[in-house]
Design a binder for this molecule. Structure first.
Ligand code: UFG
Length: 330
């Protein structure tokens, strides 16, 4: 079976659904600290999912799982992912994201499991020296979150050299949208991301939506990002899994649409999709936000045959429907 760590989380749960669609047996390992048991319940309705609660920071938890099940490969999402929090609580990020992954890798070596797909991030690049960003761009993360992921990338390369453990590292740009059928979605507490924050403001949460800075060196003064749909991203994991099975070598791929959208453009698209005016105000810049980030994803397109096709409007529409569902839980 395929072990998906962090399968109760945002990107992890969409990837579980993608594998279930093709009738894979999936084992989800999650500590439910940021993931949700309700998500597991939805996943169970969609196919053959086994859930094991555990924490990568306790090597016994993960070792127990490898003892109990026959695991063929690992797709590893479990991590903390708030950039701002990582600056004030770096130990939390290094302990969970880096040391937790080290526990996972050691357990894999012990049980002779030799392939892993890893959820990395464009935050490993740091302040861009050029855009679009390709995989050769220097990696100089500017926050502990990015650094905790970059360390894992390096550890994985060393584990390939030492133990023949093959890894595909996927560096995501900005992930957006939710399952088209509305089963799972973006459910962060607290929420810091652009699209859910715009949508929450429609429901009166956080009241007026704030644009963090409109004095950047961009055409409309707001930051530009590359918003890749979460279902397209989940599909990239399936393609990476199949690619690794065939190629049996370690690689790294950027995952983005190669299109940049400014905060104002995303906001306008939300008003259009919802067909309503949304209250907005301009606030000061958020520390650590680069002006422009978007991907060169040629490598994923040519090697993995990945073709991200869902539009920003689709991401907003599905995110809105999921937000409506979350509001009903309140
Ligand atoms: N933004 C606002 N208002 C908000 C929220 C966000 O104006 O309420 C702006 C941000 O300032 C930024 C853009 O919208 O310019 C996107 O912000 P997000 O927080 O949605 O995403 P980030 O680009 O900060 O973060 C993403 C991932 C991180 C990853 C990072 C790498 O979510 O995990 O890219 O730069 F580390």
């Amino acid at each position: 079976m395929i072990l998906i760590t962090g399968g109760a989380g945002y990107i992890g749960s969409h990837t579980v659904l993608n594998f279930l669609k093709d009738n894979y047996d999936v084992l989800v390992f999650d500590n439910l600290e940021t993931g949700h048991i309700e998500t597991i319940e939805e996943l169970k309705k969609a196919g053959n999912v086994t859930f094991e609660k555990g924490d990568l920071r306790n090597i016994e938890d993960i070792d127990r799982v490898f003892e109990k099940y026959h695991i063929e490969t690992v797709i590893h999402f479990a991590a903390f992912a708030l950039v701002g929090e990582s600056v004030v609580e770096p130990a939390k990020y290094y302990r969970n994201n880096t040391v937790g992954t080290l526990n996972l890798l050691d357990t894999m070596v012990k049980h002779n499991v030799k392939s892993i797909i890893f959820s990395s991030t464009c935050a490993t690049y740091g302040e861009p020296q050029y855009t679009p960003i390709d995989e050769k761009h220097p990696q100089n993360p500017i926050n502990p979150y990015g650094a905790s992921k970059l360390m894992v990338e390096r550890i994985m390369s060393d584990y390939d050299a030492a133990y023949g453990l093959k890894s595909v590292k996927l560096r995501y740009f900005n992930v957006a949208g939710c399952d088209t059928q509305g089963r799972v979605g973006e459910w962060h507490e607290p929420e810091t991301h652009l699209i859910p924050n715009i949508l929450k403001s429609v429901f009166g949460e956080g009241k007026t939506f704030k644009i963090f800075g409109d004095d950047y060196q961009t055409p409309d003064g707001t930051c530009i990002r590359d918003y890749v749909n979460v279902e397209d991203l989940a599909q990239a994991h399936k393609l990476a899994y199949l690619w690794l099975k065939k190629e049996n070598r370690s690689e790294v791929f950027n995952l983005g649409t190669e299109n940049g959208n400014s905060v104002k453009e995303v906001f306008d698209a939300c008003e259009k999709v919802l067909n309503q005016k949304i209250n907005v105000e301009v606030a000061p810049r958020r520390p650590g936000d680069p002006a422009t980030l978007y991907a060169n994803a040629n490598k994923a397109k040519s090697e993995l045959h990945w073709n991200p096709e869902r539009t920003l409007e689709h991401s907003i529409d599905t995110a809105y429907k999921f937000e409506q569902k979350l509001q009903k839980l309140k």
